[in-house]
Design a protein around this ligand. Structure first.
Ligand code: 2DT
Ligand code: MG
Length: 212
């Protein structure tokens, strides 16, 4: 029996500590893919443009205090409010390049001491990334890359704990890229992995769900 193959876009997530280079690599990767004729949208979480996103933004800029579990759930809700739009974009054949996703959600909250398993539950059944591009950088090196801003979490000891939880989430969809390399070398590694996963999604790879 022949089944119609759906040519969907790929869900590609960039993850890594603060100052690992995610945002600029994401931008460069998007232009590269567009030049190859791919349909690509760049997203980021938190999406600070929504009502929930504005609450998160005040929390991050330290103008609001919130219970750790409450802010965790707001970060998750900020993904849930985009779920149907994420899915329809992918089904329309557009690839999403997402700067941070559920992996940040779990790693940062667990690093505060919240239960890892509990943190994962709020992500259950969201679309899983087809590819997680993890920009691997030593927290000390990241801190030296530029002034950490005044945002919450931008502190070396905390980032080191975040890194251990990222490590615990690695699976076969993760590609670990050494972010100590030059900008060009990092970009090269990202391009190869992205092109290959976009191809397999066009060939009908199923969209999976977090976290089985
Ligand atoms: P940016 O610096 O990338 O704007 O991120 N964070 C992010 C969480 O704690 N939980 C989440 O679910 C997400 C997506 C990571 C702002 C900070 O928010 C953290 C850094
Ligand atoms: Mg930041």
């Amino acid at each position: 029996v022949k089944v119609a193959v759906e040519k969907r876009g790929a869900l590609i997530v960039l993850e890594g500590l603060d100052r690992s280079g995610k945002s600029s690599q994401c931008r460069a990767l998007a232009s590269f893919l567009r030049e190859r004729g791919e349909s690509v949208e760049e997203w980021r979480f938190p999406d600070r443009t929504t009502a929930i996103g504005q609450m998160i933004s005040s929390y991050l800029s330290q103008t609001a205090e919130l219970d750790d579990s409450a802010i965790h759930l707001l970060f998750a809700a900020n993904r849930w409010e985009k779920k149907s739009s994420m899915e329809s974009t992918l089904r329309n054949g557009t690839t999403l390049l997402v700067d941070r996703y559920s992996y940040s959600g779990v790693a940062f909250s667990a690093a505060k001491g919240l239960d890892f398993q509990w943190c994962s539950t709020s992500e259950t059944a969201l679309p899983a990334a087809d590819l997680v591009l993890f920009l691997d950088i030593d927290p000390e090196v990241a801190a030296r890359r530029g002034e950490y801003g005044l945002e919450r979490y931008e502190e070396v000891d905390f980032q080191r704990r975040v890194a251990t939880y990222y490590q615990a989430m690695r699976d076969s969809t993760w590609q670990i890229v050494d972010a100590n390399q030059s900008v060009e070398e990092v970009q090269e590694a990202l391009r190869e992995a992205a092109v290959s996963v976009i191809q397999s999604c066009k060939s009908g790879a199923e969209l999976l769900r977090l976290w089985p």
